[in-house]
Design a protein around this ligand. Structure first.
Ligand code: PLP
Length: 398
């Protein structure tokens, strides 16, 4: 009898499982709209020029790889702070932000969750309904009870904002609220600037702990525009968490570059919080890897490379928007009668298409078009070569 004979087979990760199914599909026209990855118009994962330039400089002057500090590369953490809060902002200047390099945005969330379990052990966590699949699992594994706040309004194709506010107003003080800073995954619907003010007022009045997940900064309206929500939380005098991911914005998925920032009351508090974040890191993986962080720091801290990055990110953003319009037009041309223009009111990489599970299954089995069973499609994987095929396939199932 083996030690593991009673171990049960875990369910497949819904998104990564789709990838495996896609890889095994022999349909020559297959299109993967399942995973949240940006592909260029040739269907290729881009290697950004700013990244190549930074790597070339690094290769011209190779350096040995010692252990990094537990909280990562100092220049990287400074760049994350600058990007999230503004380099000249009061929180950064006063030193009241504790920032650590993390293993992707997931790592930032996990460090924050483990730290929160120490400071608010009995708090409940609320995530949006629906949310990125991993939010629930990650906070549950960190030991929290995870509930949801209302978010998606399927009938009206948008955000059930009254429901969202009602959920927040009903939450117990100290509840941790995970908010998508921009480009909501999976729905593609963000709340407006005025609605953010109401959310912030509710969070403040109820004494909730905001945890902003910023995995798509720059994919919505622009780097500064998407980051503006952070300034609103600062202005409200709140203490809060922000996880950052550069997976999508630098197309560095496999390098696992992200961060966690915690806005504290003052510098002394930030120093204490940082010391605790370092314990979480030390006891999980000791210290972060060097390469991805070094590349991102080199780009963000060099004015020319940074300008190049902003340009390249802008091109990704504009291409996604163009594909949204092409999708709406293509569906109409393919004979879809219902109004699909809601797709252009969504933002970021995803579209909640409103298609049912049965329709999504048919798209996969009959046409090799892969999206999630919830109807989510990654618009960032559409291109001028596959869009007509996808539109015709959708027209067949709706
Ligand atoms: N948060 C959200 C909302 C995401 O969509 C993702 C990735 O898809 C992440 C966090 C994780 O990002 P990373 O791949 O950098 O861990």
């Amino acid at each position: 009898m083996s030690l593991f004979s009673a171990v049960e087979m875990a369910p497949r990760d819904p998104i990564l499982g789709l990838n495996e199914q896609f890889a095994a599909d022999t349909n020559p026209n297959k299109v993967n709209l399942g995973v949240g990855v940006y592909f260029d118009d040739n269907g290729k994962l881009p290697l950004l020029q700013c990244v190549q330039a930074a790597e070339k400089t690094m290769m011209d002057k190779p350096t040995a790889r010692g252990y990094l500090p537990i909280d990562g590369i100092a220049a990287y953490d400074a760049a994350v702070k600058g990007l999230v809060f503004g380099a000249d902002s009061e929180p950064v200047k006063s030193g009241r932000v504790a920032t650590v390099q993390a293993i992707g945005g997931t790592g930032g969330l996990k460090i924050g969750a483990d730290f929160l379990k120490k400071v608010s052990p009995t708090a409940q966590v609320l995530i949006s309904d629906p949310s990125w699949e991993n939010h629930r699992a990650l906070f549950t594994n960190a030991g929290f009870e995870v509930g949801t706040y209302a978010y998606y309004d399927a009938e009206n194709r948008g955000v059930n904002f009254d429901g969202m506010l009602a959920s927040l107003n009903a939450a117990a003080p100290g509840t941790i609220v995970v908010l998508h800073a921009c480009c909501h995954n999976p729905t593609g619907y963000d709340i407006t600037a005025a609605q953010w003010e109401q959310v912030i007022a509710a969070v403040k009045a109820k004494g909730l702990t905001p945890f902003l997940d910023m995995a798509y900064q720059g994919f919505g309206h622009g780097i500064a525009e998407d980051g503006a929500v952070i300034g609103k939380f600062v202005a409200a005098g709140l203490n809060f968490f922000v996880s950052t991911s550069f997976s999508k914005s630098f197309s560095l998925y496999g390098e696992r570059v992200g961060g966690l920032s915690v806005l504290c009351a003052d510098k002394a508090e930030a120093d204490r919080v940082l010391s605790q974040l370092k314990i979480v890191i030390r006891t999980n993986y000791s210290n972060p890897p060097t390469h991805g962080g070094a590349v991102v720091a080199a780009v963000l801290n060099n004015p020319e490379l940074r300008a190049l990055w902003e340009k390249e990110l802008g091109e990704m953003r504009v291409r996604i928007k163009a594909m949204r319009q092409k999708l709406v037009d293509g569906l109409k041309a393919a004979g879809v009668k219902q109004d699909m223009s809601f797709i252009t009111s969504q933002i970021g990489m995803f579209s909640y298409s409103g298609l049912s599970k049965d329709q999504m299954v048919r798209l996969r089995s009959e046409f090799g078009v892969y999206g999630t069973d919830t109807g989510r499609m990654c618009v960032a994987a559409l291109n001028s070569k596959n869009i007509d095929y996808v539109c015709k396939a959708i027209a067949q199932v709706v």
